[in-house]
Structure formats: structure tokens, C-alpha cells
Design a protein around this ligand. Structure first.
Ligand code: SAM
Length: 293
């Protein structure tokens, strides 16, 4: 079924109330979009911050006459007569199908493939991770994940114990196991990440080597030969002492999720505990690696 959508620019203070009113006017869904280019990186769990300039988008059945809704909205003091809005026709699509069609197997480094679980495996003899990210982050298409996968592929992981801090879909943890790691511990604040990692580990036959924890449940004395953390600059800075404590002397570290302009400062900070290498970059993102002193 086709749809029509009404797009209205407003201040974040009014966005929620406007969304509620539009639902009362018969909208079947409300979406918020950034009105300017002001990205919000990884809000805390349970938080849904809005941009100061927010576009409220209300979806209606194609047959809806929006004239009475627009007249009603003109009576709102924060919109007023002739308020700026746009009405658009939307063709119907199966969005899940659309996303699935766009996700193909991708190769990282020399040996490693990430293969969506609904696709054929291009190189059956390679190291293949069969993945369905579910509701968690981590398909390999994001540069921050790609930088970590390439790093893992470049290491000899045989018999190594690995920690994946911020495991998301489990993509890095499972890649490490398939590349030869002895065990991996995955930690994430989001239970959906724990669920997705569990399902993906089972799908890849490595569930017996992957221990998964919410941060509050992780063992106190956890230490590994290798730690990879693809989070963001803020949490990586906050977690630095904890992360450092989890890497054995001589062990390896990779940090990703950093914008290029943040890399130098985070590298300096981690050099208290690690001999840091030069950063690697992909698009706007950077990966830092180091060896525990
Ligand atoms: C960018 S995703 C990375 C997912 C996956 N490791 C990858 O490389 O694609 C970051 C993940 O870190 C988790 N996370 C954020 N802050 C965290 C924290 N303080 N402790 C543990 N996990 C955290 C998020 O829930 C999210 O799943």
C-alpha cells in the first residue's frame, strides 16, 4: 500500500508533543530526523535525545486528506499560519527485504569473510563468519568494524584468549574464534547484543568458546592476550583504566569507533599503559593499536 508523509521542521522542545498530536490526527507512525547536520553518537541505553532542529515525519495512509490536519496544526502557537511543511508520496517497500538484499558477503584482510546468513558462501575454504546482526550493531559494512576485522585477520590468534569489549552482533568475537582464538569473552551493555552474539555463535558452531556478559556480571579478574573495543571515543576514555587492566603484559589492544580528529588524544591517553602504534584510518574513522607495557 502506498503512503503519504507530512514533514514538519520544529525545535526539539516541541517534537514529542507534535508527534503525539499527529498520532491523534491518524498518523500510523512518527519518525524524527536531524534538521541540520548534528550527529548524536551512541546515546546511553534508554535515552533518545533529539536534535535541536528536528524534522517530525508523520506517515499516513495514501487516502488521507491532510488539509484538516494542516489547518489544525496552524492553530498551534509554535507552528502558526503557513508553517513550513512538505507532503510527499511514499511507495511501499519491504524494508527488511531491502536491507537484506543490500548486505552481501565481504572479505576482510587475507582470510576472513563475513557472510550474511541468507547468502551463499563465496569461498567455502576461507575463514567464514555466518552472520545475522539482528537488532545489534556489527555487519562489517561500517568502517570501524572493518578496521577491527582487518586487524584480527592480520594476527596469529592460535591459542590466544581474547576480549571483545562492546561485542554488538558478536562479529569480532566470532571472527577471532574462527581465526583460531582459544576463547573469547564478549561484554556489552545491551542485552540485545548479548542475544545476537549468542545466536551468531551458535550459528557458527563456536558457542562453547564464547562467554558473554553484561558489564556488571563480568568476572573481576578477567585478563586476555588480546582486547578489541569498538565503542566510541567517550567510553574508550572513561573505560581506559579498566581496559588496560584486562590486557596481559605484552598483550595486544585495538581501539576503534574513533573519529580521525579524536585519535591523537586517545592514543596519548592510552600510552600510560600501552606502547601505541600509528593510527590506521578508513573514511572518517580511525583505529588505534598498541602493546601492553
Ligand atoms: C559500535 S558497536 C560495535 C559492535 C561490534 N563489536 C562491531 O565492531 O561492529 C559498540 C557496541 O558497544 C556497546 N557498548 C557501548 N558502551 C559500552 C560500555 N560502556 N561497555 C560495554 N559495551 C558498550 C554498544 O551497546 C554496542 O553494541
Amino acid at each position: 500500500m502506498p503512503w503519504i508523509q507530512l514533514r514538519i521542521s520544529t525545535h526539539s522542545n516541541h517534537a514529542d508533543a507534535l508527534g503525539d498530536l499527529l498520532m491523534e490526527q491518524g498518523s500510523v507512525s512518527i519518525t524524527y530526523e536531524d534538521g541540520k547536520d548534528t550527529p548524536i553518537f551512541e546515546p546511553k541505553l534508554g535515552e533518545t535525545p533529539l536534535w535541536q532542529d528536528t524534522i517530525v515525519i508523520a506517515l499516513f495512509d495514501a487516502g488521507t486528506d491532510l488539509a484538516p490536519t494542516v489547518s489544525f496544526l496552524e492553530t498551534l502557537p509554535y507552528l502558526g499560519k503557513g508553517f513550513t511543511h512538505k507532503i510527499e508520496q511514499i511507495e511501499d517497500k519491504d524494508w527488511v527485504r531491502e536491507w537484506m538484499d543490500s548486505f552481501h558477503p565481504i572479505k576482510f584482510g587475507n582470510r576472513l569473510w563475513i557472510c550474511p546468513s541468507w547468502r551463499d558462501i563465496p569461498e567455502p575454504d576461507a575463514v567464514n563468519v555466518i552472520l545475522d546482526p539482528g537488532l545489534a550493531f556489527g555487519t562489517g559494512t561500517h568502517p570501524t568494524t572493518a578496521l577491527c576485522l582487518e586487524w584480527l585477520d592480520s594476527l596469529d590468534l592460535s591459542d590466544k584468549e581474547v576480549i571483545d569489549f562492546g561485542c554488538g552482533s558478536g562479529i569480532l568475537a566470532i571472527a577471532a574464534l574462527k581465526l583460531g582464538a582459544k576463547t573469547v569473552t564478549g561484554v556489552d551493555i545491551d542485552y540485545q547484543a548479548i542475544d545476537a552474539s549468542t545466536a551468531n555463535a551458535e550459528r557458527n558452531g563456536v558457542a562453547d568458546k564464547l562467554a558473554l556478559y553484561l558489564p556488571e556480571n563480568q568476572p573481576d579478574n578477567l585478563q586476555a592476550d588480546i582486547l578489541v573495543a569498538n565503542i566510541l571515543a567517550g567510553p574508550l576514555r572513561e573505560l581506559a583504566p579498566l581496559i588496560a587492566e584486562k590486557v596481559k603484559t605484552g598483550g595486544k589492544l585495538a581501539l576503534s569507533g574513533l573519529l580521525q580528529e579524536q585519535a591523537e588524544e586517545i592514543s596519548q591517553f592510552y600510552s600510560q599503559w600501552f606502547i601505541m602504534d600509528e593510527a590506521a584510518h578508513k573514511e572518517d574513522w580511525s583505529r588505534l593499536t598498541g602493546t601492553r607495557k
